[in-house]
Write a protein that binds this ligand. Structure first.
Ligand code: ATP
Ligand code: MG
Length: 506
């Protein structure tokens, strides 16, 4: 007898429908054959399914079983086909009712005793099921919450294979999982530091506030021990909350990467800080079965690259396209894949290898050649994609204790959220989320400068010989400053402040 069961897998971040056909032939040598481009893990499903069925007190049919995973040209990886294969075997043997099969998707890994185990990529598969108008999804109980983000889908959480058999045979029904309202669970990241913990450094804090409000890339540069790492670690505490769409987008990425935490959702902006020894694939994504890299895991959040010049130049160069486009294209044998990568780049560096170049009290011990080589590691095009360049100056250690506590992160965050709201209003009906994402045409359309502000910009162009790119970057930053000041026009003082954050030639 033949049975057909629906399941799903992911290609990149997209879910695809897989039909699992199982034929249980009456006669022949008892074997199980899986066809349709299965990977090793899928082929091993035979043994897990056989043992799980036996341990669920059914008899594994003593016949020739053929499992076909269609379409055949899509590679099948992972262990999530265990459940649909088991259901197919039971249905083809007449042990479970086939009635619900046409309107359901089944995914999940089986343990030898027939319990269900968590699998990656559930949000993508659930989205696919909804798009294909399939009503029900049966999945491991630990994956239920992430699937519940997708509305118009009936979610049946499974603890074991026997629960499912009892449900399909309408002996004991499983209760559906309640939909999750994403707004109820939005939260702020727990960051290691509060802005109030960092003494002084008002200039750097202001730059970070602008960065958070307008989603601008930032580069903090200064001698050792000035608090660059500390400021960067405090940065998540001033970021605005994610919107519903953003949480879904980011949770889907983490789901595919198999990194969803116990809460099963990413409710605050990701903050990724890969070490400079991270490989190119680790950072950009890829591999034989491409998985998202750090830049995709940082989507809608922050990619913090501490000790920026220590990253190999080739790795930094590969960031250029993703920064520009907000996505990364990964080529593989069977065509290319894209992953989203709209992250905020937060970079920190020293001015030279010893760190003390330009320090008011300490001498720099570097050879001129080594300073040059150090600077060269950061290519022009990368620095050119950073809107805010900030010098972090040393504070006199004796004075550290005298400086009173700064403003708390939660107060800064209130202003950031207000500025974001103004941007949302401005960008309705566009794909833009924040000022940092504006292209030149958007800048021309959305940014209005006062005549004095235009005059100052003109002077700056001729005196500081600014490039066209810097010109637009200054307007973008000035727009965020205007949003923070709750002003509709870009005034002359906003341009003056924005000019301070340009990259200074040394
Ligand atoms: N402004 C500050 N307020 C309070 N503590 C500070 C400040 N600056 C530095 N510190 C103290 O100094 C330590 C070192 O700071 P941090 O690691 O942030 O420096 P850094 O600029 O990243 O240095 P490096 O260039 O060596 O990485 C911090 O853990 C903190 O205890
Ligand atoms: Mg540091």
């Amino acid at each position: 007898m033949l049975a057909k069961v629906f399941s799903g897998t992911t290609i990149g971040l997209d879910g695809v429908l897989i039909e699992v056909e199982v034929d249980v032939a009456g006669r022949g040598f008892p074997t199980v054959t899986i066809v349709g481009l299965p990977s090793k893990a899928v082929d091993e499903a035979k043994e897990r399914v056989r043992t799980a069925i036996v341990n669920t007190s059914f008899e594994m049919p003593d016949s020739r079983i053929t499992v076909n995973l269609a379409p055949a040209d899509i590679p099948k990886v992972g262990s999530s086909f265990d459940l649909p294969i088991a259901v197919g075997v039971l249905a083809a043997s007449g042990l479970v009712n086939k009635e619900l099969l046409a309107s359901s998707v089944f995914i999940g890994e089986l343990s030898l005793e027939g319990k269900l185990r968590k699998i990656p990529g559930v949000i993508s598969v659930a989205m696919m099921a909804r798009a294909k108008k399939i009503k029900n999804i049966f999945l491991p109980i630990e994956n239920a919450k992430e699937a519940a983000l997708i509305d118009n889908l009936q979610i049946f959480p499974l603890y074991s294979l026997s629960d499912l058999v009892l449900h399909l045979n309408t002996i004991k029904l499983i209760s559906q999982y309640e939909p999750v309202s994403i707004e109820d669970i939005a939260s702020t990241a727990l960051s290691a530091f509060d802005f109030a913990d960092v003494k002084g450094q008002e200039h750097a804090k202001r730059a970070l506030e602008i960065a958070a409000a307008g989603f601008h890339n930032v580069h903090l540069k200064g001698p050792p021990g000035t608090g660059k790492t500390m400021l960067s670690r405090a940065f998540p505490s001033i970021l605005p909350p994610m919107t519903r769409e953003e949480m879904l987008e980011v949770s889907r990425i983490f789901s595919v990467a198999g990194l969803l935490s116990q809460e099963n959702l990413v409710t605050y902006r990701p903050y990724r800080s890969p070490h400079h020894t991270t490989s190119r694939i680790g950072l950009i994504g890829g591999g034989t079965n491409p998985t998202p890299g750090e830049i995709t895991l940082a989507h809608r959040g922050v990619l913090f690259l501490d000790e920026f010049p220590e990253f190999p130049r080739s790795v930094l160069e590969s960031l250029r396209q993703p920064i520009e486009d907000g996505m990364v294209t990964i080529s593989r044998a069977s065509g290319s894949l894209t992953f989203p990568s709209r992250f905020l780049l937060l970079a920190a560096s020293n001015p030279c290898p010893c760190g003390y170049l330009g320090h008011p009290k300490r001498h720099c011990r570097c050879m001129p050649g080594s300073i040059l080589r150090y600077k060269k590691r950061l290519s022009g095009p990368i620095l050119d994609r950073i809107d805010l360049h900030v010098d972090v100056f040393p504070i006199d250690e004796a004075k550290l204790t005298e400086i009173s506590d700064g403003e708390k992160s939660e107060d800064v965050r209130v202003r950031v959220i207000k500025a974001r709201k103004r941007q949302h209003a401005r960008f309705t009906n566009t794909k833009l989320v924040a000022n940092g994402e504006m292209q030149n045409t958007d800048i021309k359309k959305f940014c209005h400068l006062t005549p004095e502000a235009i005059e100052l910009l003109k002077q700056a162009i001729s005196r500081l010989s600014l490039s066209a790119r810097s010109y637009f970057k200054i307007i973008k930053v000035a727009q965020t400053i205007a949003d923070l000041s709750e002003k509709n026009e870009i005034e002359v003082s906003f341009v003056a402040e924005a000019l301070q954050y340009r990259a200074k030639e040394e």
